[in-house]
Design a protein around this ligand. Structure first.
Ligand code: GLU
Length: 296
């Protein structure tokens, strides 16, 4: 972990639904790691997805987090030196990164989603459960094909060309050593969408680098994304931060908590009169009190 004066962590909620206990738990880990390191915590509002994003969720999201006892040193509501902290206001950063990838010929225009789904490899060929079908390498244009210009308004999908067969590793702060094989566990992935927005992967890497985040704390469902992001750090010439993935919370039937578990939303719990302390104890956590466990 970085030393006390340099540690910078972040909470990166998306305002696409009410936050639930699982988010509270992940954010608790992030807040606690920043506190234990005597570092700073940044709140970044990941409001890029205009189809799922609702403006009224942003205010209630920040309110719920404050009510639970979270504090951040930089964020959309309080500003800071490395803002803006709303992704919707950071377009120029993402566009410059895309231009860099384009100039280095590291991206390409893929075929249609239908083609990809038809040709997708059977999941059992992968060493882990895939979160999206692998883009068929036979559909890539040859790497020396000149790229069409990006244009001012993008209405096509751009994907990163990944180095097939390379083994990527990182040492996770919670789960220990992690490994993935490129081309088997994930393939060429989207960096810019035809609705002219950056992908989550690109925006996340650009922001974590620009906001000088030293450790990314997030749910274990994003471990495969971390491997993709490691490739983007490399392609963009940035140093990757440390990673700490939190185990996911499941409900009493073993189903992962998701936004559809409305009764477990922080808002619903708050409206039912539950005190924040009780909510955090439900996740076996209490802000500022418990130590950070590390089973590594
Ligand atoms: N905005 C993402 C989410 O709410 C988090 C992504 C991340 O932490 O990298 O799921």
């Amino acid at each position: 972990m970085a030393t006390s004066s340099t540690y910078r962590g972040r909470l990166a909620p998306s305002p696409t639904g009410q936050l639930h206990l699982g988010h509270a738990r992940t954010f608790w880990f992030a807040a606690e790691r920043a506190r234990a390191a005597g570092g700073k915590l940044v709140l970044r509002n990941e409001d890029l997805d205009s189809t799922r994003f609702r403006l009224d969720f942003v205010g209630s999201m920040l309110e719920d987090l404050r009510w639970l006892g979270f504090h951040w040193d930089e964020g959309p509501d309080i500003g800071g030196p490395l803002g803006p902290y709303n992704q919707s206001e950071r377009r120029s950063f993402y566009r410059s990164a895309l231009e860099k990838l384009h100039a280095a010929n590291l991206i390409f225009l893929p075929r249609s989603r239908r083609d990809v789904l038809d040709a997708a490899r059977a999941p059992h060929e992968a060493s882990r459960e895939l979160d999206e079908p692998i883009y068929p390498p036979q559909f890539r244009p040859p790497s020396d094909t000149p790229l069409p210009p990006l244009g001012d308004v993008i209405n096509v999908n751009w994907r990163l060309r990944v180095p097939d067969s390379e083994t990527l590793t990182f040492d996770d702060g919670y789960f220990g050593p992690q490994q993935a094989i490129v081309g088997r566990d994930f393939g060429d992935f989207l960096v810019w969408r035809k609705d002219d927005t950056p992908s989550y992967q690109l925006a996340c890497v650009v922001d974590d680098a620009a906001m000088q985040i030293t450790e990314v704390v997030r749910g274990a469902d994003l471990i495969l994304s971390t491997f993709r992001q490691i490739l983007l750090y490399r392609a963009l010439g940035y140093t990757a931060p440390a990673f700490y993935h939190c185990p996911l919370m499941v409900d009493d039937k073993g189903v992962r908590l998701a936004k559809r578990h409305d009764a477990l939303s922080l808002r619903a719990m708050r409206e039912s009169g539950k005190p924040p302390g009780e909510i955090l104890r439900n996740c076996n956590l209490e802000l500022g009190k418990a130590g950070t466990e590390n089973p590594k």
